[in-house]
Write a protein that binds this ligand. Structure first.
Ligand code: NAX
Ligand code: K
Length: 539
């Protein structure tokens, strides 16, 4: 399990750790890890004489970059530091760089001819270290830094962001002004949410975590009465986490024991959505799939194994979970099917037209005894909340949380980085993120056990297995069927959603393999994704 923490949590953990360590030790650890990654990047073409530019701002982020630059200079690289606030540069870092033979250029707001002076070193650079601003940043880059962006981009150099790309909001991933896009981000202590969420993930490149010993402090603070408390702000599943909860049939389990998922989907106008949702459900680990609706013949033609009912969901027979919405239409038949499904006493996944029908009613809690899961894309989430789609895309996490609270449901917000969140007061006490198995990074083990008092904090997952090729018609229908089946197989709702998103993303990668793909191909790749994940299970 990968975890991410908010800035206030990082600061509190760092402060606690620093009290026990010699002065400068944390920065030394950060800079050592950063320099090691840079040396690896430079090595193939040779470190000696390699032109490197360090962009250093006024804070400790600049300090990290300068100390790392000093190490590179010590190995023979030709390092030039560009100081954006020359009078407030980290003194220790600057002294180390100078002592190692690094060159220094002033590029503060009052310095003249800055662009001419930095143009030459930047145009020659093979590597640019972005130490302009880290977790202390507010808003997009300021003008004295922003004016350098075109030169960095034109240089063709590999850009390594120190802790996070400068100008990116660490907690939300929001990009609200100029930002320096990185090929690789070397982050310290724990992931920052903004590196894993959209749109931040899109400017962070590959993210490399350097351990500076923060994990135990983050865990201690999570359970303690002082400080910001709370567990990780985000959980990010890895193969082993998914393998640990995939439903596996026992020797005596029959098809009903493995769960039956019901689908209320499709209409004369959109029969394909029902077929695609079924194609996800039949590969979900549930023992059987029931279909209730008006396009039973199309479903049977594609999937003869499905139990069909040519009427409403209420009379369809017993299921352990319902999926309602894909291709359902928003007319009275759709309205009726949605009402019947929501009146049931089993977990319900609402997607597509089901969400459209609910959006038309406006935000109100659903008050069901069994869990409800919404699976909107940004446009559907915007309609459900009565906001612009662009607002959801700029800050998907905040909107997923609002949606979960407004309707009292679990939310899977689809996107390049799909987000899954529980409503504010979830019921389940155990499960993913609650207790970590082997292979976790340690920070979540204690942290998942809730904050101060008895209030169980919500878990938020971000999925990183997706690919842009999944943005294809019908891909969401496959996901709805898959997650519905995992619900029927007995996974708690937030786990069914997180595991479904993970497998679906992986299947998308396998199906696409660098070329356009189709929703049926994604569904067909699900068993291979499942096998790849399951093969990492221990024991
Ligand atoms: N606190 C710690 O114990 C550790 C911190 N480390 C590093 O220290 C960083 C945090 O350092 P600081 O708290 O000094 O903060 P930063 O270095 O991130 O930034 C603070 C400075 O940036 C300026 N600034 C803020 N917003 C800006 C913007 N939009 N454009 C340009 N400049 C802006 C501010 O004037 C301020 O002086 C981390 O990101 C990490 O790189 C690491 O060395 C590990 C240990
Ligand atoms: K930075």
């Amino acid at each position: 399990m990968r975890t991410a923490h908010r800035v206030e949590q990082v600061r509190a953990a760092e402060a606690a750790l620093m009290r026990r360590l010699p002065d400068g030790e944390l920065m030394r650890r950060a800079a050592t890890g950063l320099a090691a990654v840079c040396l690896e990047l430079l090595s193939p073409a040779g470190v000696y004489g390699a032109p490197v530019v360090v962009l250093a701002g006024s804070g400790d982020n600049g300090g990290d970059a300068l100390f790392a630059g000093a190490r590179l200079a010590g190995r023979g690289a030709a390092v030039t530091a560009v100081l954006l606030s020359p009078r407030r540069t980290h003194p220790g870092g600057l002294a180390a760089l100078r002592a190692a033979g690094g060159r220094v250029l002033h590029a503060g707001p009052d310095d003249a001819d800055v662009l001419e002076r930095v143009a030459v070193p930047l145009s020659r650079a093979r590597l640019v270290l972005d130490g302009i601003v880290g977790i202390g940043g507010r808003g997009g880059l300021r003008p004295e830094a922003a004016r350098l962006l075109p030169l960095v981009e034109a240089s063709g150099a590999t850009v390594v962001a120190v802790d996070l790309p400068s100008g990116l909001d660490a907690d939300t991933g929001r990009v609200s002004g100029p930002v320096l896009r990185a090929h690789l981000t070397v982050t310290f202590g724990t992931h920052k949410p903004g590196l894993l969420l959209s749109p931040g993930a899109g400017v962070a490149g590959t993210v490399h975590l350097v351990d500076i010993g923060l994990g135990p402090e983050l865990a201690r603070l999570a359970g303690g009465p002082d400080g910001p408390g709370g567990g990780p702000a985000l959980y990010c599943l890895q193969h082993a986490d998914v393998a640990a909860v995939l439903p596996v049939p026992g020797r005596d389990t029959d098809k009903y024991g493995r769960g039956v998922v019901g689908l209320a989907a499709g209409s004369e106008r959109y029969p394909g959505a029902a077929v695609l949702a079924v194609s996800g459900a039949v590969r979900s680990g549930a023992g059987a799939v029931r279909y209730a609706g008006s396009v039973a013949d199309a479903v049977l033609a594609a999937h003869p194994e499905v139990l069909v009912h040519r009427g409403g969901p209420r009379e369809a027979g017993r299921v352990q979970a319902w999926v309602v919405g894909p291709g359902l239409g928003t007319g009275s038949a759709g309205e009726e099917a949605l009402g019947e499904v929501l009146a049931s006493d089993v977990p319900v996944l609402v997607d597509a037209d089901g969400l459209g029908l609910l959006a038309a009613r406006g935000p109100e809690p659903l008050y069901r005894d069994a869990p409800t899961l919404f699976t909107p894309h940004a446009g559907e989430a915007a309609r459900l909340l009565g906001v612009e789609r662009a607002a959801v895309e700029a800050e998907p996490l905040a909107h997923a949380l609002r949606l979960a609270d407004a309707y009292g449901v679990t939310v899977l917000l689809k996107g390049d980085r799909t987000i899954i969140t529980e409503p504010a007061a979830p019921g389940g006490a155990e499960g993913l993120g609650r207790a970590q198995g082997p292979g976790g990074d340690g920070a979540g083990a204690e942290a998942g056990r809730g904050g101060a008092g008895d209030a169980r904090e919500r878990r938020v997952f971000v999925n990183t297995t997706g690919t842009g090729w999944l943005a294809t018609a019908g891909s969401g229908d496959v996901l709805a069927g898959l997650v519905g089946g995992l619900l029927a197989a007995g996974l708690p709702v937030v786990e069914a959603a997180a595991v479904g998103a993970y497998l679906h993303g992986l299947a998308g990668r396998l199906a696409a393999s660098g070329a356009p793909t189709t929703a049926p191909d994604v569904a067909r790749a699900l068993p291979e994704a499942w096998r790849q994940v399951a093969s990492t299970a221990t024991g």
